[in-house]
Design a protein around this ligand. Structure first.
Ligand code: COA
Length: 190
């Protein structure tokens, strides 16, 4: 059975393994990664497809500003388990993510991807002509979809990350606490 649901923390490993399989190790060099690194995805917009208990699809959307003071979302990466591609799962996941984003009141979504695939969901390069991304990309693959007509009219400038910053453990503090025996389950070094 196929379920599309929000991602839980315990899905992280399976999601990362799926992304490694689909994109390989160079995925962190993508320009869009500069808009994701160190940030949390938008609330309610990190989705997975579960199939018989396994994670077989992932998509996440991220808060950005499309030029100054122009809130939007950046979609990606989206990936479907290679064994289950071309069965309509990618389309289902895209439509679910877009409908949830619209229901949450977001105005527009940007992405970098193949227009022949994303056009079917309403994406085009029409509204991204005066925007640019923080790194190299093919302009014809920089696409946008407006939920509210005109929400990207006049958008120009650099797309920047605006999502909440991901909390990271303070390694220095952890090491100091462990050395002083203040971490339960860890004895101080002899
Ligand atoms: C892109 C992807 C998410 C689509 O998922 P999917 O479940 O295979 O998609 P669907 O079954 O809904 O749609 C399949 C159709 O899309 C087409 N399609 C898939 N990727 C395409 C692409 N990059 N460009 C054009 N068409 C594409 C297929 O040829 C197929 O066409 P058909 O219906 O005429 O046979 C999936 O192929 C995937 O994970 N690819 C590897 C990762 C990737 O490239 N992600 C997108 C970049 S962010």
């Amino acid at each position: 059975m196929i379920t599309i649901r929000e991602e839980f923390f315990h899905d992280t490993q399976a999601r990362e393994a799926l992304l490694d399989t689909c994109f390989g190790p160079t995925r962190f060099q993508k320009t869009c990664e500069r808009l994701r690194e160190g940030r949390k995805p938008a609330d309610g917009l990190a989705l997975v497809i579960e199939h018989d208990g396994a994670i077989v699809g992932t998509v996440r959307l991220w808060h950005v500003s499309a030029g100054p003071n122009r809130p939007a979302l950046m979609l990606g990466p989206i990936a479907i388990d290679p064994a289950l591609q071309s069965l309509g799962l990618g389309g289902k996941l895209m439509r679910e993510a877009l409908s949830r984003a619209a229901a949450l009141g977001h105005k527009a979504v940007l992405l970098v991807g193949d227009a022949p695939y994303y056009e079917r969901f309403g994406f085009s390069a029409e509204k991204t002509q005066s925007l640019w991304l923080p790194g190299p990309y093919e302009r014809s693959r920089f696409l946008a979809l407006e939920f509210e007509a005109g929400s990207l009219d006049g958008a120009r400038g650099l797309v920047s990350a605006t999502g909440a910053v991901e909390e990271k453990p303070d390694l220095g503090a952890l090491v100091a606490a462990a050395a002083q025996g203040r971490l339960p389950g860890l004895r101080p070094a002899a």
